[in-house]
Design a protein. Structure first.
Length: 50
């Protein structure tokens, strides 16, 4: 993950993916589609702890 990645960035990414899919994650978040998929797997595996 890019330097400075945080839980807030994960939440931003999650919302972005729901609205836009995997389109343009590199430009908007600095991560590839493959990295975004791995983050999504983490969301599903660990769920929302709030």
């Amino acid at each position: 993950m890019p330097r400075g990645w945080s839980k807030e960035k994960d939440e931003e990414l999650r919302k972005y993916l729901i609205e836009n899919g995997f389109w343009n994650t590199l430009e908007n978040f600095g991560i590839s589609e493959e990295q975004a998929i791995k983050r999504c797997e983490g969301f599903l595996k660990y769920g929302n702890k709030e």
